[in-house]
Design a protein around this ligand. Sequence first.
Ligand SMILES: NC(=O)c1ccc[n+]([C@@H]2O[C@H](COP(=O)([O-])OP(=O)(O)OC[C@H]3O[C@@H](n4cnc5c(N)ncnc54)[C@H](O)[C@@H]3O)[C@@H](O)[C@H]2O)c1
Length: 266
Amino acid sequence: MQPGKRLLDKVAIISGGASGIGAETARLFAAHGASVVLCDLQDELGHGVAQEITDAGGVAEYHTLDVCDEDRWLFIVADTERKYGKVNVLGNIAGISGRPAGMTVQTGNIAGTPLTEQTLENWNRIMAVNATGVFLGTKSVIPAMQRAGGGSVINISSICGIVGSFANAAYHASKGAVRIFSKSAAIQYAKDQIRVNSVHPGFVDTPMARPGLLGNESGKARMEATPLGRFGKPIDIAMGCLYLASDEASWVTGSELVIDGGLTAG
Ligand SMILES: NC(=O)c1ccc[n+]([C@@H]2O[C@H](COP(=O)([O-])OP(=O)(O)OC[C@H]3O[C@@H](n4cnc5c(N)ncnc54)[C@H](O)[C@@H]3O)[C@@H](O)[C@H]2O)c1
């Protein structure tokens, strides 16, 4: 392995690759030698990230993907295997907050919709993208990873998958599902050297989280609750994903990597 190149010859598919943590993870993986297939619903941004990577000398391409669409997952996995010969890494990073439109600021103990006002439609949508999307991505990629002799599936959960709060209970439930789904998948496919781990970010400054972080009471409270005294940057999470994707983590499966500035340590 060349110094600085921790993913040489690896092929990675990354959902949510057009923005925030997914885009940064794609950039980092490519900088470490991986060929990266980014997928998202935001086509213009996604093409832009792929272009940025290829302009910097990396290998990347972008595909439209709704993570709830199993056929599309199967197409992307097959297309990746056909073009690059294999799939080694899947980053299930796409997600939604499910915050109701218009609720841009989450404050104190009215951070989300109270349960009695939560609609079934909102619940189902959050579970579909955040939990079912992770299931479909993992399911679709496993046969290709078996053919490759192993692989690494990295599922982005959240600290919300470990602890509860006043925020949207459906978001918590979806991220809790990702956490325990990852452990089950890890046990089922360890025999194939397919590793499955979850990552649990705290508050990270991305387009999704920014409305609740900057310039309001909610942001102040969240900053105070973060012992390291700053919000996360997408690169903080991407670095954890890099470790899990690399062979350095070859004995790591079914684990949960918390990257939260110490928020849940207390
Ligand atoms: N930012 C945080 O504070 C934070 C904290 C914990 C966990 N997370 C998780 O990190 C992941 C990345 O979020 P982010 O903060 O980078 O936000 P982001 O909004 O910048 O990125 C999320 C991406 O997912 C894509 N996406 C949404 N629905 C999709 C679908 N159905 N199919 C395909 N793509 C879809 C969006 O288009 C977007 O590009 C999410 O799973 C989120 O829940 C974020």
